[in-house]
Write a protein that binds this ligand. Structure first.
Ligand code: ADE
Ligand code: ZN
Length: 350
């Protein structure tokens, strides 16, 4: 492990912002900013249940995951054409580049769009073109992760996988998201087994609001390589031990957890506990347009609220993000070297 040199506390926010990092938990539909929702509604002639941006923003007072998802799916209804999906992903990737994101693994929810009659080729076409351009124009490496909606049936997930078959070279893996409680991972055992056979990486949301049992089954039944959120793991000592021993990455999203009332506030977040227990935690934005900040906001606000978090933790979180990514090994090692160089540049003068 790299021993981080002494760095004065007042330099930490600058370092958190400057550090190269990977974002592994970002729903592209959750980066749809209110201004873009209204611009696309107008461009596509879609009627919205909100009179203005101000009216829409007032709906962003969430009390739970479900209260958020209702607004999130309404917002996504303005996305119709390939160019809409391109514009959305391009805007996110440009914003991520400003936060020194070197690698982004982007979730998308195909069923949200195909249920409205949008072809999967349209969705993946626009998102993938933005990922390709980002490498060239922004220096950001980006890949797509197709998420199945867990409130729908496994049969529906299989139908989505069938539609995705000609597009599999454009996605790096599959995930599981949407309403967690009442929809345990094992509901999707067969479709995830098929995805693994197809050579896709596998991740799953588990332990956001749901119990530790959902994290166990995401690991044992779905064979998830990363757990998205996973913060409820602290309720189960044996699970914590397993996550630490196997270095299973958790993609933690502090501002999301705060907004969706998973914790009463950032000061009560268990990120320090996860790190102290030796878990491979990472910091991510989840749905930045809805939760009040992009990845660097997540880092800086969380570190400000939790003064026990140090520069060593900051380095560990960014290092973990590259370790946990599905990028080529050579890229991962290069970014980790850049990370170390960044920390050395920020060291206190000898
Ligand atoms: N879809 C978008 N954001 C989500 C979250 N935080 N949990 C589950 N599904 C989601
Ligand atoms: Zn999520």
């Amino acid at each position: 492990m790299f021993k981080v040199p002494p760095i004065a506390a007042d330099r930490l926010p600058g370092l958190l912002a400057a550090a190269p990092k990977a974002e592994l938990h970002i729903h592209i539909e959750g980066s749809l900013e209110p201004d873009m929702i209204f611009a696309l509604a107008q461009r596509n002639g879609v009627a919205l249940p909100y009179a203005s941006v101000h009216d829409l923003r007032r709906a962003y007072a969430f009390t739970s995951l479900q209260s958020f998802l209702d607004v999130y799916y309404a917002g996504a209804s303005v996305l119709l054409h390939e160019q809409d999906f391109y514009d959305l992903a391009q805007a996110y990737l440009a914003r991520a580049a400003m936060d020194n994101v070197a690698r982004a693994e982007i979730f998308f929810d195909p069923q949200t769009h195909t249920a409205r009659g949008v072809d999967l080729h349209t969705v993946v076409g626009g998102l993938h073109r933005a990922c390709t351009d980002a490498r060239q124009n922004l220096g950001v490496s980006a890949s797509l992760i197709l998420c199945f909606l867990r409130h729908l049936s496994e049969e529906d997930a299989f139908a989505t996988l069938e539609q995705a078959m000609p597009l599999l070279d454009r996605i790096v893996g599959v995930g599981l998201d949407s309403s967690e409680l009442g929809h345990p991972p094992e509901k999707f055992a067969r479709v995830f087994a098929r995805c693994r056979q197809l050579g896709l990486h596998v991740v799953a949301h588990a332990g956001e609001e749901g119990p530790p049992a959902y994290i166990w089954s995401a690991l044992d039944v779905l064979k998830a390589e990363r757990i998205d959120h996973g913060v409820q793991a602290v309720r189960d000592a044996a699970l914590m031990q397993r996550l630490a021993q196997e270095r299973i990455p958790l993609t933690v999203c502090p501002l999301s957890n705060q907004k969706l009332c998973v914790f009463p506030g950032l000061a009560a977040h268990n990120l320090p506990q996860l790190l102290e227990a030796g878990l491979a935690a990472t910091v991510n934005s989840d749905d930045p347009a809805y939760f009040g900040g992009y990845i660097n906001d997540n880092f800086t606000q969380t570190f400000a609220a939790l003064p026990m978090l140090t520069a060593q933790h900051a380095w560990q979180l960014a290092f973990n993000s590259f370790e946990a990514s599905f990028a080529p090994e050579a890229d991962k090692r290069r970014w980790q070297q850049q990370l170390q160089a960044c920390f050395e540049r920020h060291a206190d003068p000898a």
